[in-house]
Design a protein around this ligand. Structure first.
Ligand code: UT7
Length: 328
C-alpha cells in the first residue's frame, strides 16, 4: 500500500485581547523589564479574560484555519487539541471545539506533551493521514497557561502567556510518501521523551495526586541546558531522515520559550537571525500554542513561500521534545 503524505492546507491563530507588558507586570511582581528582556527576549504577553477558556481560544484559531484552508467542517475527520490547560479534567477540550463547530461526526481528542504538544499532535494527525484513517485533520495548540502560574513566583510567572494556533492537515493525493523531499507536505516528524526529568518542569498538582490543579514549577537553568542539546540532536535527526542538510533550510519556526534558546539553535544550524520566526517578544511562552501562532504569522505576512523548507521544533515538560520538516 502506498502511504499518502499530508500537507498543511491552511493556518489560523488567536490571541486574547488583553496585552500585558513587562512594565505592567513589574507593578505586582518583584521583577523588571530589563531582567525579563535580557534573560528571555520577552516584552509582553496576552492573558485570557475571566471566563475565556482554552476551548474559546482554540475555537477562534480553528475557524480562522478552516477559512484559510477553504475547508468545510463537514470535511473534517478528526480534531486534535494539544493543551496542558484543558477547560476540564475531562472531557477533552477537543470535544468542546467539536461541539462549537457543530461537527457531529468523526472524532476529537487531546494530546498532552506540554510545550512539545503541537509537534506531537501534528505527528499524530500526519500519521492518521499516512495510514489512510483520515483525510482531513484539524490540529490545534491552545493554552491558558496564565491559569496554572504561581503569580508569587517571579522565576516562572513572567515567562508565559495565553493563545492558540491551528492548522488544517489534508491528504495530498498528488504526493505519495515516496515522492521525495522536494514535494509538498510534512516530510517527517520525530518525537522524543525522557520521563526521568519530570522534576525539572512540572505542575505540583493533579486529579490523582492532590485533587488540585497545581502550579508550574521549573528548574529554568537545567531545562535551558537540556533544550539546547536535545533540540540540536532532533534537528539533525530530522534532516538526516530526509537526506537534507542544514543549508537546505529556509525557515526555523521554533517553540518560543526564550530568545536565547532560539538564537543558540539557529547558530548551531548556521541560519541567520532573519530566518527564525520570532514571536516570543510579543507572546512570551504559550506552550503548545507557540509554534502554530508563529507559523500562522509568517504564512500570513508572506515570509513563508511555496516550495520552501520549514523546520518546526519544540521541547517541554516531560521532558518531551520533537521536530518536523515541512516542504511548504
Ligand atoms: O517551554 C518549556 C521549556 N522552557 C524553557 O526552555 C525555559 C528554559 N530556561 C530559561 O529560559 C531560563 O533559565 C530562565 C529565563 C527561566 C532563567 O534565566 P537564567 O539566566 O537561567 O536565570 P536564573 O534562573 O539563573 O536566575 C538568575 C537570577 C536569580 O537571582 P540570584 O539568585 O542570582 O540572586 C533569580 O532569583 O535572577 C533572579 N530572577 C529574577 N529577577 C528578576 C529570577 N526570576 C526573576 C525575575 N525578575 N522575574
Amino acid at each position: 500500500m502506498m502511504m499518502q503524505r499530508s500537507y498543511i492546507a491552511g493556518s489560523g491563530s488567536y490571541l486574547p485581547a488583553r496585552r500585558v507588558t513587562n512594565q505592567e507586570l513589574s507593578e505586582t511582581v518583584d521583577t523588571t523589564d530589563e531582567w525579563i528582556v535580557s534573560r528571555t527576549g520577552i516584552r509582553s504577553r496576552h492573558i485570557a479574560a475571566d471566563g475565556e477558556l482554552t476551548s474559546d481560544l482554540a475555537y477562534e484559531a480553528a475557524i480562522r484555519a478552516l477559512e484559510h484552508a477553504q475547508t468545510d467542517v463537514d470535511d473534517l475527520d478528526l480534531i486534535i487539541v494539544a493543551t496542558t490547560t484543558p477547560d476540564q479534567t475531562f472531557p477533552a477540550t477537543a470535544t468542546k471545539v467539536q461541539a462549537r463547530l457543530n461537527m457531529r461526526h468523526g472524532a476529537a481528542f487531546d494530546v498532552q506533551a506540554v510545550c512539545s504538544g503541537f509537534i506531537y499532535a501534528l505527528s499524530v494527525g500526519d500519521n492518521f493521514i499516512r495510514a489512510g484513517q483520515a483525510k482531513t485533520v484539524l490540529v490545534i495548540g491552545a493554552e491558558t497557561f496564565s491559569r496554572i502560574l504561581d503569580w508569587e513566583d517571579r522565576s516562572t510567572c513572567v515567562l508565559f502567556g495565553d493563545g492558540a494556533g491551528a492548522v488544517v492537515l489534508k491528504v495530498d493525493p498528488e504526493n505519495s510518501a515516496g515522492s521525495g523531499a522536494n514535494a509538498r507536505g510534512i516530510l517527517s516528524t520525530h518525537l522524543h521523551s525522557d520521563g526521568r526529568y519530570n522534576e525539572l518542569l512540572y505542575v505540583d498538582g493533579g486529579p490523582s495526586s492532590t485533587q488540585t490543579t497545581g502550579h508550574v514549577r521549573m528548574v529554568g537553568k537545567e531545562v535551558f541546558r537540556h533544550a539546547v542539546t536535545n533540540l540540536a540532536a532532533v534537528v539533525d535527526e530530522a534532516l538526516d531522515a530526509n537526506d537534507l542538510g542544514r543549508p537546505d533550510l529556509n525557515w526555523l519556526v521554533p517553540h518560543q520559550a526564550n530568545k536565547r534558546i532560539l538564537d543558540s539553535t539557529a547558530k548551531k544550524l548556521g541560519m541567520s537571525e532573519d530566518q527564525i520566526v520570532v514571536t516570543v517578544d510579543r507572546h512570551a511562552n504559550t506552550s503548545a500554542a507557540s509554534i502554530p501562532l508563529a507559523l500562522d504569522e509568517a504564512v500570513k505576512d508572506g515570509r513563508i513561500q511555496a516550495g520552501q523548507l520549514i523546520l518546526l521544533e519544540a521541547m517541554g515538560g516531560g521532558l518531551t521534545w520533537g521536530a518536523s520538516l515541512v516542504r511548504w
